[in-house]
Design a protein around this ligand. Structure first.
Ligand code: DAT
Ligand code: MG
Length: 140
């Protein structure tokens, strides 16, 4: 990692993996000019998901979120590049895939399936502190 660089954790969630959208998401990350530093496929376990989503504990969508996230394989990537945290969040689009703008991953590829949780294809860290914390959870 260069001095100018930054790292973020990207997850192609189980809905994205099941729909065969992993390649499309990774393509957009690379087309933007970011680098894939680490990559793996794994089914997220409840213990690490609880750490990852600790900020949402107690919210109405928390249990459905853990249920959904542990429902099958996901792709984990450490993405690198100057301002990639903000940049990937822009590529991903708004949390609600129905409202997410066309041109974004969630806006182009996601929708509301009427479930209790937003199945919105991707996760991206929201700050340098979150990124290092989350990379530590999934790439320990
Ligand atoms: P983001 O993934 O855009 O950073 P977040 O951190 O607020 O959003 O929430 C984590 C995930 O939880 C999100 O990707 C989908 C789900 N979620 C968030 N808010 C929700 C809501 N109001 N209803 C259902 N699911 C929600
Ligand atoms: Mg978040």
């Amino acid at each position: 990692m260069t001095a100018q660089s930054e790292r973020t954790l990207v997850i192609v969630k189980p809905d994205g993996y099941r729909r065969g959208l992993t390649g499309e998401v990774l393509r957009r990350i690379e087309a933007k000019g970011y680098v894939l530093a680490e990559l793996k496929v794994a089914t997220p376990d409840r213990e690490r998901l609880a750490k990852h989503y600790a900020e949402h504990e107690g919210k109405p969508f928390y249990q459905p979120l853990l249920e959904f996230m542990s429902s099958g394989p996901a792709t984990f990537a450490v993405v690198e590049g100057h301002r990639c945290i903000e940049g990937f969040r822009a590529l991903a689009g708004a949390t609600d895939p129905t409202a997410a703008l066309p041109g974004t991953i969630r806006g182009d590829l996601g929708r509301d399936w009427g479930e209790k949780v937003q199945a919105n294809i991707v996760h991206g860290s929201d700050s340098p502190e979150s990124a290092e914390r989350e990379i530590g959870i999934w790439f320990a």
